[in-house]
Design a protein around this ligand. Structure first.
Ligand SMILES: *Cc1c(COP(=O)(O)O)cnc(C)c1O
Length: 827
């Protein structure tokens, strides 16, 4: 890998900085705001990377490189400035230059609004993958949607979540370049017509009801210490040029503008549900819009390279991040057949070889379905194509149906929900792809035996596992500089691009000097974070206490309420027995709830209400603190993962597909308390069972319990600790005496909880006692912490991406040579 060498001096940085402050911000120091300085610095860094970006595109074009197109409705990128500095290896010189101007780099970095174009794990995975593909020099484009309003900003008012709109673009975005020349048009609605062509074949013409224009906005994605700058291409919807010209001429100015506004609504807002949405027409429009734009863009690229379209699959490997972009399968068929006159059979072979599909959920109710009625009204031509795909597919499986008469109904792309006809997007994705993967070993096994069992029995060779990973550049180097220094002092800095090298730390795990350095790095992180927590929540916490952290979307299956029940039980024990001795603990929560998810919002209120009571109680407050940090996002994640002593990964076994938060914690030296779910299983295998706090029912036991009729009342009646904890909530103790506030939540736990919180309570309680005991042996804890980090190499997204490249995409790295245009020499 050629090491990039931007040999910058502080003089050059300062000159470029002032030039951008004047030329782009139109500002001078006496009046400049922190934001002006942030913008000037960002343009300075952009100037440093433009030559690489152009060289990368030019090299890919010239070499006709096979390219990964990663289609995702979400990209949760996190701020760009700091990661770009790290990847360019110019953090120190820029910090120095800013300091010479009396500016603090860390403060400027905080000025960047977060591009929150995702809900949680799925969107963040896409971001980690782009980082790893650039670092591994894989030609790739991330295709998605440029939402004007990303995930809402969460504030907490009187303990409740309140949503505020996220206006990340309000002050301009220095990291994107708009490419109006490559805009495309997307059809919606209308009807189809058939003509018989001269050669006797039928030609279908889709007469749309309306069209929307897609304009691409490109953001550079740098590789670490190389010359690669790949692209994230996000589509924005605008009204087409020709828009309602006739109406305009008739003088209906308002009518014309209204329809223009309607087109532009398409990419206005990200749906804040971390799961599927049913029946939302705008959501289906968003999906088809970005998929059609992206495929048309790929066809444009093929045309510039003069490659015949029946070689599409040789030029592009298209990955579907869940079923959100699965309509791409029908859209590529439409483009090849209707627009480019290829035959069905050739088009289908090309399509199947092009696509691969990643499944992200096991919850059967979370599998994406669209009503045929809605789909057909919005995308009439695509529905016809899907019917044809389905007919041919069912014909193919018909011989098997002699043995299993219900097979056709089970596998069909069409199904029924009540009296509605529905389209099953996961089935379309399976039929149209040559590769299907789950995101952790257990998840993939459950796909094969359960959710997609029929498809597995048909095409076992299509299935493989690709355990998720996260980028160590953002999640260790950037977010935890103190720990990074401790690591690099001992093993050098190669771990940043080869995380398996962390193994070399194992020899130091018993070394008391090293243990002390390791401990001090974490402790200093905790001190810094305590100040931030106090600033944002008013709660003061003790950095010497155990930081016990659960941060992730708020969901019943993730079981934040199991954690809260334990906290209440601990509180009651401390109250009733003043001699009861525990190491002081700080329970830290963060996470957003979908705005319409009543129980999730109630869990947030409960956490805050419990915190309010406990943090003020003089008999327990030195031992127990509960804090909810508002607005969990990538920036806040970067602050939180490095301070955790204990990582809470307590989902109901079999429900969390992988998890990636669990990996970020382990890398940063937190020990995990967790169930045998998702990637927890593989983390435990890697770090060793003796360095992991395991509890709870297995996926198998969860399933059996639910089949035999889970009755939570028995646990409630038979476990006095559990009963007293729930009864305290029910008494109104945490709600100013009002027993109604949390009624829906406690009723759910006692009478109808599909996530079996009460079934795991006792095991969790016992396991937490063990955590307390182990923490008292500081040397032992440090050793375990070092080993968790040392053995987390598998969970680098570099490893995940290498596996996708080898097994699914069959794509090779392309090294970008040092760009010869140096912008600083031209001026
Ligand atoms: C990593 C991450 C997630 C995923 O967390 P899980 O614990 O795996 O659910 C969600 N949101 C953000 C901001 C993240 O960084």
């Amino acid at each position: 890998m050629p090491v990039s060498n931007l040999k910058l001096t502080t003089i050059e940085v300062k000159r470029s900085f002032f030039r951008n402050l004047a030329n782009i911000q139109g500002q001078f120091p006496a009046l400049a705001s922190s934001h002006d300085y942030y913008m000037a610095l960002s343009y300075t860094v952009r100037d440093m990377l433009m030559a690489r970006w152009v060289s990368t595109a030019s090299e890919y074009t010239e070499k006709h490189s096979r390219t990964v197109a990663y289609l995702s409705a979400e990209f949760l990128m996190g701020p760009h400035l700091a990661i770009n500095l790290l990847n360019l290896q110019v953090t120190d010189v820029v910090r120095q230059a800013m300091s010479e101007l009396g500016l603090n780099l860390d403060e400027l970095i905080k000025e960047e609004p977060e591009p929150g174009l995702g809900n949680g794990g799925l969107g963040r995975l896409a971001a980690c993958f782009l980082d790893s593909m650039a670092t591994l020099e894989i030609p790739s484009v991330g295709y998605g949607i440029r939402y004007e309003f990303g995930i809402f900003e969460q504030i907490i008012a009187d303990g409740w979540q309140v949503e505020k709109t996220d206006k990340w673009l309000m002050k301009g975005n220095p990291w994107e370049i708009v490419r109006p020349d490559w805009a495309v048009e997307v059809k919606f609605g209308g009807y189809t017509e058939r003509y018989e062509a001269e050669n006797g074949t039928f030609i279908v013409h889709w007469v749309p009801g309306w069209q929307v224009k897609g304009v691409p906005y490109d953001t550079p994605i740098l590789g670490y210490k190389n010359n690669t700058a790949n692209t994230l291409r996000l589509w924005q919807a605008v009204a087409p040029e020709s828009f309602n010209f006739s109406r305009f001429n008739e003088g209906d100015y308002y009518g014309a503008v209204e329809e223009k506004v309607a087109s532009e609504n398409l990419t206005k807002v990200l749906y804040p549900n971390d799961g599927p949405l049913q029946g939302k027409q705008l959501r289906l429009q968003q999906q088809y819009f970005f998929v059609s734009c992206s495929l048309q863009d790929m066809l444009r690229i093929m045309k510039t390279q003069k490659v015949h379209l029946d070689h599409f699959h040789e030029k592009f490997a298209v990955q579907l991040n869940d079923t959100h972009p699965a309509v791409a399968i029908a859209e590529l068929m439409r483009l090849l057949i209707d627009e480019h006159k290829l035959e069905w059979d050739i088009s289908w072979r090309v399509t199947q070889r092009t696509f691969s599909y990643t499944n992200h959920t096991l919850l059967p109710e979370a599998l994406e379905c669209w009503s045929i009625d809605l789909f057909g009204r919005l995308l009439p031509r695509l529905l016809e194509i899907i019917y044809e795909i389905n007919d041919r597919f069912l014909e193919q499986i018909r011989p098997q149906c002699l043995l299993d008469s219900e097979l056709i109904a089970r596998m069909s792309l069409l199904g029924e929900q009540g009296d509605r006809q529905i389209l099953r997007m996961a089935h379309l994705a399976c039929v149209g792809s040559h590769a299907i993967n789950g995101v952790a070993a257990l998840h993939t096994e459950l796909l094969k035996t359960d959710v997609l069992a029929d498809f597995y029995s048909f095409w076992p060779q299509k299935f493989s596992n690709k355990t998720n990973g996260v980028t160590p550049r953002r999640w260790i180097a950037l977010s935890n500089p103190r720990l990074s220094r401790v690591i690099t002092e001992v093993i050098g800095d190669q771990w940043l691009s080869d995380l398996s090298q962390l193994k070399k730390l194992e020899t130091k795990a018993n070394n008391s000097t090293f243990q002390e350095k390791w401990y001090q790095a974490k402790l200093l992180n905790k001190h810094d974070f305590a100040l931030i927590l106090h600033d944002r929540t008013g709660v003061s916490v003790d950095p010497d206490s155990i930081f016990d952290v659960q941060v992730k979307r708020i969901h019943e299956y993730k079981r934040q309420h199991l954690n809260v029940l334990y906290i209440i039980a601990l509180y009651q024990r401390l109250k009733s027995d003043p001699q009861f001795d525990i190491h002081p603990r700080t329970f830290i929560f963060a996470g957003k709830a979908a705005p319409g998810y009543h129980l999730a919002k109630l869990i947030i209120k409960l956490i805050n209400s419990v915190g309010d009571m406990l943090n003020r109680d003089p008999t327990t407050r030195d031992k127990l603190k509960v804090v909810f940090l508002p607005n969990f996002n990538v920036s806040n994640g970067q602050l939180i993962y490095p301070v955790a002593d204990l990582s809470e990964q307590i989902s109901t076994a079999g429900k969390e597909a992988s998890g990636t938060g669990n990996m970020k914690f382990a890398m940063n030296g937190a020990l995990t308390i967790g169930t045998l779910d998702g990637a927890n299983i593989e983390i435990r295998e890697e770090v060793g069972a003796e360095n992991f706090f395991l509890f709870g029912n297995t996926a198998e036991q969860v399933k059996q319990l639910s089949n035999s009729g889970y009755s939570p009342q028995e646990y409630y009646q038979n476990d006095s600790i559990l009963k007293e904890a729930i009864d305290l909530i029910r008494s109104g103790f945490f709600s100013h005496g009002d027993p109604e506030t949390f009624r829906d939540l406690t009723n759910n736990l006692i009478y109808s909880d599909p996530f079996q919180v009460l079934a795991d309570f006792n095991a969790y309680y016992q396991c937490q006692e063990e955590v307390d005991a182990v923490y008292r042996d500081k040397s032992r804890w440090c050793r375990m912490s070092i080993l968790n980090s040392a053995r987390s190499g598998k969970f680098s997204s570099d490893r995940t991406i290498s596996e996708y490249c080898q097994d699914i995409w069959k794509v090779e790295p392309v090294q970008i040579q040092t760009p010869d245009i140096d912008p600083f020499k031209l001026g």
